[in-house]
Design a protein around this ligand. Sequence first.
Ligand SMILES: Nc1ncnc2c1ncn2[C@@H]1O[C@H](COP(=O)(O)OP(=O)(O)OP(=O)(O)O)[C@@H](O)[C@H]1O
Length: 264
Amino acid sequence: MSLLEITDLSIEFRVDTGTVTAADGVSLSVAEGETVALVGESGSGKTATALSVLRLNPEPPCVYAGGEILLDGRDVLKLSEKDLRGIRGNDVAMVFQDPMTSLNPVKRVGAQVAEVVRKHQGASRAAARAAAVEALREAGIPDPERRAAQYPHQLSGGLRQRVMIAMALVGRPRVLIADEPTTALDVTVQAQILELLVDLQRRHGMAILLITHDLGVVAEVADRVVVLKSGRVVETGEVVPLFEAPREDYTRELLRATPKLERV
Ligand SMILES: Nc1ncnc2c1ncn2[C@@H]1O[C@H](COP(=O)(O)OP(=O)(O)OP(=O)(O)O)[C@@H](O)[C@H]1O
């Protein structure tokens, strides 16, 4: 059994104007050390599906109308809020598109990472600060001591994303969910962040669920791909064979929108 096994998942948002079905019988799995990409056009249900792994869709209006999400054999949909708190950041961590909205603008980044260290390891203030600098170094931030003393706005977008990755990895998660982690960055920096994720995965053997609309990114880093359309999986398979011979017109359309595909 894979580390993460989503089976027949249905997610609904029950809003004033009616019910929006964000996932309609989605099944996918991610094994240890594997990267699975979730692709699809805007509104296809990628983020709602990914957030459901940590039960982070707001309930209400979100209702999990069916299916299961097994994390190491435990169904996330049946867990108490207390158990979920134990999973978030420990077993499963997330990295989002825009680090500026997740980082506190008036706190030095080192202190923000140290806070996460203290939460996970209960370390002393000094030990947490040292561990934070190490985490920043591991995330490929040059001169991490100096950077730790800076505020988010003093860092480039790429460095801010590295800070977020450092924070996500402090709890040594077994699953990392990366939702459009490079979309806000320019192309060169995108490639560096993807390389960092691949490198960290090799070192720690994490399972990565990567949400992106960019099939170029998928071609570079993913092992398998799951194609979503209107909340349904229309096609799934290993990246290279699927990209070479997509079965569905929808996948072909997505591929046509991608200028060039390369693998690192
Ligand atoms: N909190 C919410 N309340 C109401 N509807 C929601 C909520 N979150 C998502 N939805 C709806 O669920 C559907 C799927 O949205 P989701 O964000 O998962 O798509 P996506 O594939 O991630 O799109 P994008 O690439 O634009 O982020 C959409 O119709 C969206 O409007």
